[in-house]
Design a protein around this ligand. Structure first.
Ligand code: SIN
Length: 349
């Protein structure tokens, strides 16, 4: 791509620790997320050295200002709508998103399902230390994200990526693994291959193809063409249940069964459409849940079994629900399986 044609990188701010403040930086106390505007964060990152040689300008937009524990479908909708506009704008070369780390991997996966094959880069980053920390990691992470977006653009590549603490991650595999460390993200089932685009940087292995799960997956997630006109409150509701020892007849499942019965009688009572079970081991759930889960399946709720164990999956689970039309399993981690099922159901409903 020619560097002489004036283009911009746009940094969309959504909040998080990268925009957080601590009341006493010397003692690292009094932390609050999402306080500082994205324009200030970008200015702190001294991006000129990356942008000037490319003849790129810098635009910033405050898309949201939240602690990412509160990320929801409305913000995802606003973010996706804005990304779509920028992807279609010839004056925008790349999009960089600043995000809280707690749900960063979910937003990255959500965006990758929408824009994973985009011709422009969409790079997401954040920080583990607040904006006014004595030694913040946000400025370097944002510089790295812009730098990686620029390298992708120069190579004529796009897609959705996570850049954090000197690593580039595939949204499908990345997960937050530390609540303290600067090296807070890890890509599971990846080789840490070097990437020619960023030779100085370790790059997580991108499993192919982006939009679909490996062929062994029984569930082929449909790709979804994002339509900003569709109200996100109408997106199907998919809940998540975590398996553990000592489970009895599950009260949450009882509630979902009641809800679904009401929903089946009163049109549009609620939009419960799916449940992801965060299973054990290679994908199992306690025997005691069997009847309740079959009940939900019979009521028309999709049940997807995923495993909370990040490594070593690959065999089909031994579930008695295998033959049910609305049952499937996935090697995606549970929180991403929840998003995948929601998008799948938007597509098919
Ligand atoms: C958040 O996720 O918004 C707060 C935590 C963080 O960004 O590290």
């Amino acid at each position: 791509m020619s560097a002489s044609f004036y283009k911009n990188v746009v940094v969309l701010g959504t909040g998080g620790t990268i925009a957080g403040l601590i009341s006493d930086p010397s003692r690292e106390v009094g932390y609050v997320a999402a306080q500082v505007g994205v324009g200030v964060i970008a200015a702190q990152s001294s991006l000129e050295g990356i942008l000037r040689p490319l003849n790129w300008g810098l635009l910033t937009e405050q898309l949201a200002q939240i602690d990412s524990k509160d990320m929801d479908r409305s913000v995802w909708h606003a973010l996706s709508s804005r990304c779509l506009e920028h992807l279609n704008d010839p004056k925008i070369a790349a999009i960089v998103i600043t995000h809280g780390t707690d749900t960063l991997s979910e937003t990255a996966y959500f965006l990758s399902r929408l824009f994973g094959q985009a011709h422009k880069p969409v790079v997401i980053t954040g920080a583990m230390r607040a904006h006014n920390d004595l030694s913040p990691d946000g400025p370097q992470n944002l510089r790295d994200a812009v730098d990686f977006a620029a390298r992708l653009d120069q190579a004529g590549l796009g897609g959705v990526w996570v850049v954090f603490d000197d690593l580039v991650h595939d949204p499908m595999r990345v997960k937050k693994v530390s609540a303290q460390s600067l090296n807070a993200f890890h890509s599971f089932e990846s080789d840490g291959l070097k990437d020619s685009i960023a030779p100085h940087r370790r790059v997580s292995h991108r499993s192919t193809p982006m939009y679909f799960e490996p062929m062994s997956e029984p569930m082929v997630w449909t790709s979804w063409r994002f339509d900003p006109a569709v109200d996100p409150q109408t997106w199907p509701r998919v809940e998540l249940l975590t398996c553990h020892a000592d489970m009895g007849n599950n009260l949450f499942l009882d509630h979902l069964i009641d809800l679904k019965i009401k929903q089946n009688h009163i049109d549009k009572f609620d939009s419960l459409s799916g449940l992801v079970v965060s299973g054990l081991g290679n994908g199992t759930w306690p025997k005691v849940l069997e009847d309740q889960l079959k009940r939900l399946l019979d009521l028309g709720v999709w049940v997807i079994l995923s495993s909370q164990v990040p490594w070593g999956q690959g065999q089909a689970p031994k579930s008695s629900c295998l033959s049910h039309a609305h049952f499937s399993f996935t090697t995606l981690e549970p929180s991403k399986a929840r998003i995948a099922l929601m998008l799948h159901l938007i597509k098919t409903s």
